[in-house]
Design a protein around this ligand. Structure first.
Ligand SMILES: Nc1nc2c(ncn2[C@@H]2O[C@H](COP(=O)(O)OP(=O)(O)O)[C@@H](O)[C@H]2O)c(=O)[nH]1
Ligand SMILES: [Mg+2]
Length: 265
């Protein structure tokens, strides 16, 4: 799966497939990026700030992470980490900002503010190309806390999902911290699809967010391991391949649509 992703060919119109990771504070967005980077580096990798269990967001920049390195081989994938969603109009990242990021209006490195980005900002892209857009929206939710997640945060996520749907952007949900949600899975991650507890969490997630079950992927991140684990890698790579495929489909659809439009003009 690693070799498949490293060699994955994307079309010439874009330089990379771009995924936006979003979700509540503490859901495991930064950990997911670290996990994917670790798998491609083939060693535990720590770059983004993984918070200890707190309730306020650490990430305030719109930050891009590329996958792999010169030495280990690049994959044509870029992950964007955004500030966590928090309940309340003025807390956490603005839903408007995430929607602008989806459309490709926000440049890498933008610092999220209390108010949405202004069109005068240096980080605002007025005429985004397909290469600036997000090609798959990845919602991150913690399996162990999904049932107690506040309605405020879920509502914000629904707004963002709806915007992505109307833009035609595919969406996936990663359910993290599965080891905290089920003892059996904690002991053996390979039993993840046999776990009734995890299935329940996926159903709650499907119901609360309004996404079909086949778009929800339970995963485990590296958080205390000093060695890589094949079971963690396999589950994450499997999920990543699904995301890559749906993002590629989106890109191809977009190219087809613009092609047809140019023909008409
Ligand atoms: N047990 C366990 N902890 C995790 C997992 N993923 C993330 N965490 C922990 O959850 C906390 C929040 O993670 P973080 O990546 O900072 O979340 P973010 O706010 O969404 O970026 C940290 O303490 C992580 O170590 C996981 O799969 N299993
Ligand atoms: Mg973070």
């Amino acid at each position: 799966m690693l070799a498949y992703l490293r060699r994955y060919r994307i079309c010439n119109e874009i330089t990379e497939l771009r995924f936006l990771l979003y979700g509540p504070v503490g859901a495991g967005k930064s950990s997911t990026i670290n996990t994917i980077k670790s798998i491609f580096e083939e060693r535990p990798f720590v770059t983004c700030l993984v918070s200890t269990e707190t309730n306020t967001s650490h990430t305030i920049d719109y930050q891009k992470f590329t996958i792999g390195s010169e030495k280990s081989g690049h994959a044509p994938i870029a992950l964007y980490d955004v500030m966590g969603l928090e309940e309340g109009e003025l807390q956490g990242v603005h839903t408007d900002d995430i929607i602008k990021a989806l459309k490709g209006n926000i440049r890498n490195g933008y610092k999220f503010q209390r108010t949405p980005i202004s069109e005068d900002s240096d980080h605002y892209i007025k005429d985004p190309t397909l290469n600036d857009k997000i090609h798959c929206l990845v919602s991150i939710l913690p399996a162990d806390k999904i049932t107690i997640m506040s309605d405020g945060v879920i509502d914000k996520m629904r707004i963002i999902r709806r915007a992505a749907s109307s833009l035609g952007i595919p969406q996936m949900v990663l359910l993290t911290r599965v080891d905290k949600a089920c003892e059996i899975v904690k002991e053996s991650l390979n039993k993840i699809y046999q776990s009734r507890k995890i299935k329940e969490k996926m159903q709650v997630c499907s119901h609360r967010l309004g996404v079909p079950m086949n778009c929800i992927f339970p995963v485990q991140n590296y958080y205390e391991e000093t060695q890589l684990r094949p079971d963690i890698n396999r589950l994450m790579l499997d999920t990543l391949i699904q995301i890559v495929h749906s993002a590629s489909d989106f890109v191809e659809r977009q190219i087809e649509i613009t092609g047809k439009r140019q023909l008409v003009e």
